[in-house]
Every structure is written in C-alpha cells, then in structure tokens.
Design a protein around this ligand. Sequence first.
Ligand SMILES: Cc1ncc(C[n+]2csc(CCOP(=O)(O)OP(=O)(O)O)c2C)c(N)n1
Ligand code: SF4
Ligand SMILES: [Mg+2]
Length: 304
Amino acid sequence: MSKERFRRINDLPSTHLLGSGTAMCAGCGGLQAVQEIYDVLGEKTVFVNAAGCMTLLSVYPFTPFRGSWLYTAMACAPAGAQGVRDALDLLVAKKRLAPEENLDVVVLSGDGAAYGMGLSATSAAIDRGLDFLYVCYDNEGYGNTGQQASAATPFAAATAGSAAPGGHPGAKKDLFSLWVANRPVYVATAIGAEPLDLARKIEKARGLRGPRLVLVLAPCPTGWDFDPSEMVEIGRLAVATGIWPLKEWEGGAIVHTRVRRPRLPVVEYLKRQGRFRHLFTPQRDEVRLAEIQARVDAYWASVG
Ligand SMILES: Cc1ncc(C[n+]2csc(CCOP(=O)(O)OP(=O)(O)O)c2C)c(N)n1
Ligand code: SF4
Ligand SMILES: [Mg+2]
C-alpha cells in the first residue's frame, strides 16, 4: 500500500473549508453525518469530542458550530461528558440556568476511541446511567493519524500499518452488541447516505434520557482510497450489500430499519475501494472474497 495515500489530512489541499478555516478532506462521510446530525440537534448542544479527524473542525477560538465544543483526549470523552452534564444539572438546580437554556451533551468520537481506547470509560458512563448521546463516526481506522487499524477495521482491509499480504487479519468488533449488552436506553446504526433514517434516529435519541448510541458508518475517501465524489454511492452500497445493517434497539428486539432485498453481492462494495484492491488484482482472492460474503450472509441468516 502506498504511503502517499496516507498523507496527513492537514497536508491535503483544502477542498472543504469550514468557518474555522480548517481543512477537511473532500467527500468526508464523517463530516456529512455530523452536518446532518447537527441539523437535527441544533445549537443547544455541547459536543464533547475525543481526539480524531473531527477535532479539526473547532480550533480555538474558531468554530463552525453555534453551540459549544469541548475537546478531550481519546479515552476520556465520556468522563468529560459526565463533568459537563453534572455542571449543567447543578446550574439548573441552583436556578442559575433556565431549564429551557439547558443543553444536550453529545460525545462525538471516531471508532478508535469508541471501539477501543474509550470503551472502558464508555462502559462506566453507561453503568452510571449518564444522560448523554454518544455519536461515533466510524471510518474503520485511525484516520487522523493516517488510517492505522482500529478495532473497527474490517477483515482484509489494507491499512497504513498492515503487513499481512491479505490485509487486516482481524474482524470488525461488534460495538452495537457491546452497547446493547450494557443495557443503555437506545442503540442505533446509521449512515449519512441515508439521511432520513439518520435524522429519525437522532430525533428519537434526542427525545430519550440516559445513555444512547448512534453509530454511523463514515466512508472515508482518504483512508479507504476512493474518489471523493463516490462517497454517497459507497455509503449506499454498504447498506445494499448488507455489510452495514441499519438497525435500532430500544430495550426489546433489534429492529432493522432499511433492508435491501435481494442484497447486492459484497464485491459491489469492495471493488470500489482501494483498501480492498489486493482482493481483485493481480488476481481475484476468491478465498477472502467468499469469506467476507459468508460473514455477511451469516449475519442476515441469524437475524431471520
Ligand atoms: C492516547 C492517545 N493516543 C494517540 C493519540 C493520537 N491520535 C490523535 S487522533 C488519533 C486517531 C483517532 O482515531 P479515531 O478515533 O478512529 O478517529 P479518526 O481519526 O478516525 O477520526 C490518534 C491515534 C491521542 N490523541 N491520544
Ligand atoms: S481522513 Fe477520512 S474521516 Fe478523516 S477527514 Fe479525511 S475523509 Fe474524513
Ligand atoms: Mg476512525
């Protein structure tokens, strides 16, 4: 895999400038999702952001948000959210903040923090019943530092550090199920390419109290190696092939909110991304392609 592909995003041409003057990559699926989510949440929101690509959105004293933003280290956004929530609750209790001026506390983190470094702090926050919404934009790697593998990296994807010829040897961790096992209030997956489904889930999560997760797959042209103009199409293919099931859980059964029948073969999604190029050239790796298809088929067979 070419190191050239993994230039730090600060070195990329500033094709997507926000109010802060900070450069983000063109066609960033994470940024698309954050914009859609903020449209629903509005300015009475405090984002508590674990270090990652979205940290570049707000560089003090500049921000494209009308609401508030707190930057934390990768592992401790849920702890930061606890402090902000407690402070707001105290201000309201002491009548120094009108209830209608109260703010929603939203953790915004990448998969590196959500699936790995911050998982322990997240689990503890759920155990305490912290009233927060956790939004993870999942670009399936440590994007900000050049797309090293995270616990969210899928099987066979090439990453900046993957030495194995067939790409990442591990499997993507099932964060949705981990959250459900912790018995929070609400857990959902979403994607920016399905904006109505995403908006409905954020609206629903906003109306609930307690720990809530919306886990958003974030197609990443820089880390996944595709043309920025294809971001929405690749997001739709993630859903149409069944690789990224759209679903939600609210204390009962898991409900799938968009199901494509018949599902497209996974190769339709994989072949569009350079991180899977080695599965197609110089010759097709039928064993790994069949393995990926079998894992997706097994998931859908298990949910009926
Ligand atoms: C404890 C710690 N280790 C490493 C870093 C360096 N670092 C900053 S952002 C980042 C990648 C985070 O990955 P992810 O959470 O997936 O967010 P993304 O960059 O993909 O948006 C890393 C490793 C850090 N800030 N803190
Ligand atoms: S590296 Fe990926 S997630 Fe990060 S800003 Fe660029 S496109 Fe977005
Ligand atoms: Mg990431």
